[in-house]
Design a protein around this ligand. Structure first.
Ligand code: B1M
Length: 209
């Protein structure tokens, strides 16, 4: 039951300290870090989103929740990122232009680093030009794009078209994700891969290798 989610109240209150405390308690109680994230923190964030949509909470609360989530991810990161090797290949990643949502993208980065990828994180609100420049100069195996808004998903297609125009498309595998993104959309824009969550992203990348 989501009401029993111990992370929801501190998240709604933007209370980073209590959220970290609850995270530690769950870990000490034997829950795996992946479970704490997928089964607790992410669903709680989903509830914050629902409450935002229904007008029960406003932008400042969502911002505070996002800050608390980021603080807690720093606690989880060393447990999720097991590998210090960086030999799986290079990835350039970012949240697309016009989109400031970066919590999910940061989780994806953690999982990639944990699997030994050398990740160049361009951050959020990344323009097509910046992605193209990074592919040209950094020569990654993968380019990853994240979008959380239905209005910014189109930027993914723009970037793929720009890579084609610059004759760089064949040099890199394009992978995409984010809450409104689907497998079907990925096919429509001719991306190479799609993952619905951070835990499946690495398996998807390996399947493309
Ligand atoms: Co925004 N927001 N927000 N918001 N926000 C959503 C996305 C929304 C669904 C809320 C709602 O209405 N219920 C809605 C979008 C509606 C739509 O487009 N149809 C929305 C809106 C409308 C907005 C604003 C327009 C609000 C306004 O200003 N009126 C505004 C836009 C700002 C902008 O970007 N230009 C806005 C602003 C914000 C904050 C800044 C306050 C904050 C973001 C803070 C930050 O990220 N630094 C925020 C937040 C926190 C959310 C919600 C509540 C939570 C998002 C989140 O972090 N989820 C969100 C509601 C929701 O999603 N339920 C909402 C947790 C995260 C772990 O999941 O990001 O899905 P997610 O990532 C997953 C997967 O998607 C996947 O793996 C991740 C981990 O499992 N994944 C990938 C993600 N990227 C991937 C890439 C991959 C592979 C997998 O390969 C490369």
């Amino acid at each position: 039951m989501i009401d029993e989610n111990p992370f929801l109240e501190p998240l709604l209150n933007g209370d980073t300290e209590t959220l970290i405390q609850k995270t530690r308690e769950a870990l000490e109680g034997g829950s795996a870090p992946e479970m704490v994230l997928q089964g607790g923190l992410i669903p709680a964030m989903g509830v914050v989103g629902e409450k935002f949509r229904s007008g029960e909470v406003y932008i400042p609360e969502v911002l505070l929740a996002a800050r608390a989530m980021k603080g807690t991810m720093a606690t989880l990161k060393p447990l999720l990122v097991h590998s210090s090797q960086k030999d799986a290949g290079k990835v350039v990643i970012g949240t697309v232009k016009g989109d400031l949502h970066d919590i999910g993208k940061n989780l994806v980065v953690m999982m990639m680093e944990g699997a030994g990828y050398d990740v160049v994180d361009l951050g959020a609100d990344v323009s097509t030009e910046k992605f193209v420049e990074a592919v040209r100069n950094r020569k990654p195996l993968f380019i990853g794009m994240s979008a959380l808004l239905t209005t910014t998903m189109k930027e993914m297609k723009q970037t793929i078209l720009a890579l084609e125009k610059e004759e760089l498309r064949d040099r890199v595998r394009v992978i995409i994700g984010g809450a409104p993104v689907t497998e079907r959309f990925a096919k429509e824009i001719a991306a190479d891969g799609f993952a619905s969550d951070a835990t499946s992203v690495v398996a998807m990348m390996k399947s493309l290798a």
